[in-house]
Design a protein around this ligand. Sequence first.
Ligand code: URA
Length: 471
Amino acid sequence: MFFNIILASPASGSVDLGWNLAAMLSIPDLIKKKRDGEKLSDEEIKLFIEAVTANTAQPCQIGAMLMAIYLRGMESAEIQTLTREMMLSGDVMSWPNEWKKLVVDKHSTGGVGDKVSLVLAPALAACRCKVPMISGRGLAHTGGTLDKLESIPGFNIQQTSEQIVGILDSVGCCIVGQTERLVPADRVMYAMRDATSTVDSLPLITGSIISKKGAESLSALVLDVKFGRAALYKDLQSARELAQLLVDAGNGLGIRTGAALSQMECTIGRCVGNSLEVIESLETLKGNGPDDLMELVETLGGMLLMMTGLVSDLSEGKKQISDVVIGGAALSKFQAMMQAQGVASETAASLCSAHTDYYSILRKSEHQMELKASADGVVQDIDGLILAQVIHKLGAGRSKAGMPVNHSVGAELLVSLGQRVKKGASWLRLHYEDPAPSQDQIVQLQKALTVDHSETTQQRQSLVAEVLLPQ
Ligand code: URA
């Protein structure tokens, strides 16, 4: 089957400014207005975003406006317009009519060991959805889906719009990087936010995330908004505030948008680090996944199936996702997706076979070291932030955009929360190369494990604290 891709022009759907208004307003006027705490009109936001995209706004003017937005905030209507105008700054994808209700994606605000996308995208494809998942690279201590997938030899995250349509037609899902032509205003603003300390602004985060999802022309979107010590937002209340803004902005663009608020204290699953997380994802797709990862995949997938109308309630959605993972249909989709994105067919088949020697394909680190529990007792806590920060410094993450990562570096938890351990038992296997962990880093890692002397073991707590669904 062949489909034409129709890309809306940047100006489509936009308000005609007319020469009068454009002539009257200058960028310094707009900056002054926001600086003084006034609300920007739709036309003023449009003018600013057009100037950013056309490169006619000076970097200092963009930086000043970002800071004004950071300090003064934006009303909900301004955030809606900002998001829409950012989306319209580049290509907007268009899908065949028969997919209209089925095109879905998810966004996570960043976690440790967060490999949900690798399982969720093929599971949704196995439930008849079309999933053009546009993912990112690691940010700060959090891992990036694209970095994980690039640990698979041959996996190509760069696909054109035409190739994406072809893969969705034949497989149902792909996981790709942002194309050059998608939301160019965000590319400029994101780089400047980094340079002007305006990254953690709710209106700017909302515009950045939702404009890119809007450009994918989704039918439904689910947001995994994390809270806890290893998340961007530390407490439930601030995560709730971000989630509500994101949900409103998504629904404002006509995308059925929901959110799950999920805890990010430890790690998701047992592995952190690029190749290790690919292995854990493949094991999950073979039916051997950890409960916390499966809980997130089922909840987020179930919400999307509900929002597309493929199921009528969340529990039915969760069950369908669980069935395609346990039954192997999602694994077949992952295999087909790898092949469609450049992985040799023997490699894809071997990674998906029941008794794979993963390290005959994925690179194993030259060195491993096991850390030992210092007391008998029950595991009360494992600090995911410490684990992530140490392995990031050992090369699993990057300190500057564009730097390579070492796919083989990472850590495997050998114990779980609530488990009884003996003094001297191994609790963490560290995979490293150059640099080797310093003594100080080993001391740090040991502090990540809290064992107490209580006699009772504990049940695992649910990761998902709240779910927001559109009306
Ligand atoms: N991810 C984005 O794409 N933008 C942000 O502002 C934050 C996370």
